[in-house]
Design a protein around this ligand. Sequence first.
Ligand code: SF4
Length: 439
Amino acid sequence: MCYAIPAKLVAIEGDKGIVDYFGEQRKVLLDLDDVKIGDYIFAQGGVMVRKIPEDEAQEILKTWKDIFFELKKTDEVMSKINTENMPENALAILQKINLRQMIKKDEMHTLLELTDPNELKVLYEIANHVRQREHGNASCVHGIIEFSNYCAGNCHYCGIRHDKNIPRYRMSIDEIIAAAKDAVDTHGFKALVLQSGEDYWYDDEKLITIVKAVRKLGTLVFVSCGSRSKETYKKLYEAGARAALMRFETSNPDVFATLRPGTTLADRIQLIKYLKEIGYVIATGFIIGLPGTTTDDLVNDILLTKVLSPDMYSFGPLIPTEDTPLASTSMVTKDLVLKTIAVSRFVDSNSNILVTTALETLDVEGRKEGLLAGANSLMLNITPMQYRKLYAIYDGKVTDNQEVTQSIQDTVDLLYSLGRAPTDIGFSCNTNTEGETNE
Ligand code: SF4
């Protein structure tokens, strides 16, 4: 499977390039290879991944051409909204969004507290409409390799926290590289997330070796290995990592300090900002439903994510996990997650929003519903099967038993049924100006 579409480089502006695929243009970072106008490249999440020979590119484009326009049409039809019987308040929000005005904090609060099924339906439809307006039918699918479940951290919500007595594993450097090679060569992934607990057995030297080798495979390397030092992240960037996944978990500093003992929200935020400064493509976000948080906190979580100007929003529900301090916390509803996706789409219309596996764990239709409530990105678990169950950050993870080929097929079927195409190549060439603040 080739889960990306080649794009032709049509202009170069400094370290950025304008690429074109089927008449649509996007901006990408070109810093990884020597390229010239007219070359064909693969790009993911705004970063050039590798150059490809023209004949190979033409061959792939030929197979995509018909299906691309068909998918586009399906998406356009599915994201149309009927304003005829729309409630007044929903119409007012739609008008604001169409004028690219920010919705205010109290409006976000109201939307996050909606419970009426008809109102929720309209909310999700508008969010899906905005997603289509900003991104077309572009979606991205990243593979994730969970390479170690050792963790020095002791977060109260986490199933691999240091104090939990579970079987631990560490993949060797060779195993990680082999898993990445299989993902790229066999399954066609163009973006891989390398994730672990805070496991300092992997020192800078080991991490650099892994990042360099995976980058060489011709893929975007996302790192997600916890609160390492700024120097470590700098070295990983120099080794070829271009994206980092780091959630701040909650915008409430007291809840953060209670649930992540020995760490502070301020330090976490500073590190995320530093990653951005280095040049990383950033994915960040929070956990929905942590005890002690309110709807106001959720509003602040969304706004803090926006302030950090990530390339991707990543948030999921708290799923209570056995033998953790939060084992008896109540589960949040699927609708609260969908409402959070929709409101995030209104607040930051141009962002990529990930549907996390945790939503699918809440409800078997979760991924589909998330994509129809404003989200446009997915991650597939491609951790080797013998380790998959052991990375149990929460109970009942749905991807535990699914073979990679099957989950790719299911994902492709799902995306096609919604008219989505794997064209998350880069950033829109139109810059939107948001009008108001959220106060
Ligand atoms: S959330 Fe991250 S840092 Fe905290 S215990 Fe889990 S893996 Fe470790």
